[in-house]
Every structure is written in C-alpha cells, then in structure tokens.
Design a binder for this molecule. Structure first.
Ligand SMILES: [Zn+2]
Length: 389
C-alpha cells in the first residue's frame, strides 16, 4: 500500500515542480516514489497511511562526491590552516594506509543517517577492501583505486581491482582515479583514463588544488616536491612547464565522465576549457579551508555552466563526511547562491555525473515518480544560513 510522507517544505529538484513546495507530500511504495506534489492534492488521490514529518524541508538523498574512507582513522590528527606543505607533512607522519574497517563502517552509518545515499571514494592502497565495505553498506558508490607514480602499466586493465562483492551488489562500481598531475605520470594517467573510457566508468583526478601544484608543474622547484622526493614518493621529476588544466586537457583526461576535484587555482580560461570539455568539478570547500589553500571560484564555475558537485574530502582534512556541511559553507560565503542552487550540487549534479557509469546514481538526485524513495532533511545549520521562510 502506498504511504504519504508529509513535510512543511520539499525541494523536488525537478524542472516541472516549484523549487520549494510548501505543505508537500511524497507518495512512496516498495522503495520507489509514485508522486510528488502538494499534500492537499495528493491526499485526495492516494489512500494509505500518512507519515507527517512536521516542520522540515525534505530533499533528495545526497551525494558525497569525494571522500577518502581509507583515512577515516586520521580525524583530528593533521595540522589545520597553515597551507598545503605543513598539512601534508603532518599527514605523511601518520599511519596513512592502516585501514580501520570499524571506523569506516561507523562513518558510513553516520552518513546514511544524515541522508547520504551515494559516495565516491578514493583509496590509494586499500581500494578492494574499501569496495567490499561499501558493497556491504546501504549506499550507492563509485569506489576508485587511485593510481600514483610513473610506471606505465603493461596491462592497464590490471589497474582496476575486481571485487566480487561489488559486482554482485548492484549498487556500485570499482573504477580508477588519478592522484594528481605532479605525482602520476602522463602515460599512467592516460592508461587509467583509457580503462575507464573503454568500460564506461567514471574517472576522478585531484586537479589545481593549491599553488604548490602550479609551481611544481611550471618550474619543478617547490618545497612540497622536495618533501615528496625525500619521502620517495617521486623520483626523477621533470616539470612539464604547463598549468594543471591545460595539461590535463592535453593528456586527453577531460570529458563528461571525468570528475575534477578541487579546482582552486583555475583561471577564467581554465574554466572555459573545463566547461567545453563537459567534465564535472567537485569542490571541497571545508577541506580547502582546513588545509589553507584558498577557495575555488564556485560562482564562476557555475555561471560558466560547469556541472559542479561537492565532496567532503577525507577526515584527514575535515571534521565530518556530511555534504550538507559543504552546502552550509558555500551558502555562508556566497550570498548570490540560493538554497535550491546549492542543493543541486549534492543531488542533481552528481546524479548527472555518475549515472552513466553507475546506474543507481540515475535513480537518485531528485524527488520524482520512478526515483528511489531515498531522502535527506535539510539541516537547521543550512537553513540558518539560508532561510526560505
Ligand atoms: Zn582528495
């Protein structure tokens, strides 16, 4: 029997509905949405029990488009606000890749309780294990194995972990991500992107995160590069003498299945290049603030028509994994942005980005007939920044 959910407000995130429905109802049955509209109209059309959620703003379940579950155990163990080199110095002094499955499962449960339905995870050393944990959660996912280094793989397909639980879950995929243009050779990145392209999978890359990245690529002289060399992460580096976005474009890494993470140091010309490529961008404003690298030009990216998503990054550079924290940050720092525009960055936009490679993502992202009955409630911390009543 159908059930009616009633809420003071709902943000359906579809063009055929008002941005915010007042005294809203969503009719659900067997885990799917049957109808969305005003409570008065839908109550007359549908019998069945009513669950009145009260004075809340109901929204689609959310996407966290960039997280490092592998580093969940590092919460509070890195220095904040001093720039990239002090942060990464404190990070690499930690037991980086000592996976803690119990803390990951706890983090996933907290995300699900806050209305997250999908996440994109990056793991450097533990992708298969994290993929297995995600497969046993209730979330949709893209579990990326991150490639790093200079070795050109003899068999590029070996970059993609095969994880039986993921293949059997029907809720997610394993895929391949590049770490960054300075830490991963162009050939290795091209091989990784090629694996994704042949298999119709999403690809992810940290890009233009901080000024050190620009300097490493342009000059090859930089304190962060010296640190990476001293730690053995990089050997024999030759600067390509190009900025991040033009280099990624030249390597053929930009297309509509690529998610570019951070994009803090992008120029207007870079933004035009990203928009023309149809690549999506994932902003991580609280992580950028935590590390102290500056902020991406969010409004410029949106005005250029870029498909912008939001991610929390890992708990090594954030305090929680709830993408509503990124929404609250963006709204507090961009008075031109309204609530529904900000909600798109954690609902419809990531659904568009991931749905080609992960079918389940296409069943999330908005409140409309046929979509999954997965919801979030806009937290008071967001409404405090951006009230709509
Ligand atoms: Zn990251």
């Amino acid at each position: 029997m159908p059930e009616l959910l009633r809420a003071a407000f709902a943000a359906p995130m579809t063009p055929d509905q008002p941005p915010l429905l007042q005294d809203a109802a969503v009719v659900i049955e067997d885990g799917e949405i049957l109808a969305v509209g005003s409570y008065g109209r839908l109550r007359a059309l549908h019998s069945g029990p009513v669950r009145d959620l009260g004075d809340v703003t109901l929204a689609p379940a959310t996407f966290n488009s960039h997280v490092h579950l592998e580093m969940t155990h590092l919460l509070g163990r890195t220095v904040a606000g001093q720039g990239f080199v002090p942060w990464v110095t404190s990070l690499v002094a930690q037991p980086l890749y000592e996976l803690d499955p119990a803390s990951i499962r706890g983090a996933l449960l907290r995300m699900e309780q806050r209305g997250v339905a999908f996440l994109a995870d990056i793991s450097t050393r533990n992708a298969a294990a994290v993929g297995g944990i995600l497969a046993s959660s209730g979330l949709g996912f893209a579990s990326f194995a991150e490639v790093i280094g200079v070795e050109t793989p003899a068999d590029p397909d070996a970059l993609l972990p095969r994880v039986g639980e993921v293949e059997g879950s029907g809720r997610g995929v394993m895929s391949v991500a590049g770490h960054a243009l300075y830490s991963t050779s162009g050939e290795r990145l091209r091989a990784a992107k090629d694996v994704c392209r042949r298999r119709g999978l999403p690809f992810s890359l940290h890009l233009a995160e901080h000024a050190d990245e620009d300097e490493i690529l342009l000059t090859g002289r930089n304190a962060f590069l010296d640190l990476l060399k001293a730690r053995g992460y990089i050997t024999g580096y030759t600067a390509p003498k190009q900025r991040p976005v033009p280099l990624a474009h030249q390597l053929g890494l930009l297309d509509e299945d690529t998610l570019l993470v951070h994009c803090v140091t992008v120029s207007d010309e870079d933004i035009r290049c990203i928009a023309a490529s149809k690549a999506s961008v994932c902003l991580c404003p609280r992580s950028n603030e935590y590390i102290g690298v500056g902020q991406a030009p969010a409004l410029k990216l949106l005005k250029a028509g870029v498909n912008v998503c939001l991610g929390t990054d890992g708990l090594c550079s954030n305090t929680d994994l709830d993408p509503y924290g990124e929404v609250a940050w963006l709204l507090a720092h961009n008075s031109e942005l309204d609530l529904v525009q900000a909600l798109a960055l954690i609902t419809t936009n990531p659904a568009r980005c991931f749905s080609r490679g992960v079918p389940l993502a296409g069943r999330l992202g908005c409140l409309a007939p046929g979509r999954l009955a997965r919801f979030s409630v806009v937290p008071q911390a967001v409404l405090d920044v951006c009230p709509h009543r």
